[in-house]
Design a protein around this ligand. Structure first.
Ligand code: SF4
Ligand code: SF4
Length: 63
């Protein structure tokens, strides 16, 4: 199954992606960003908006 992967060392927890997610499945805590993969519709809006390229759509079949 495809999913959005967070590069944790790259993400600076700015929260920009959380604001664009159309299904509100991203959650930002003080220490990390989490994505509820069950609700994510893989629209990639978060991937496109992230200023530091910390998100990536991963093809589960190749992992
Ligand atoms: S791919 Fe779309 S639905 Fe999934 S976390 Fe990113 S913005 Fe939200
Ligand atoms: S927009 Fe990028 S850097 Fe900012 S919280 Fe989201 S993944 Fe992290």
């Amino acid at each position: 199954m495809n999913r959005i992967v967070i590069r944790e060392g790259v993400c600076d927890l700015c929260g920009t992606c959380v604001g664009v997610c159309p299904v509100d499945c991203m959650e930002l805590t003080e220490t990390r960003l989490q994505i509820d993969a069950d609700r994510c519709i893989l629209c990639e809006m978060c991937v496109e908006i992230c200023p530091v390229d910390a998100l990536e759509l991963c093809d589960g079949r190749s992992v």
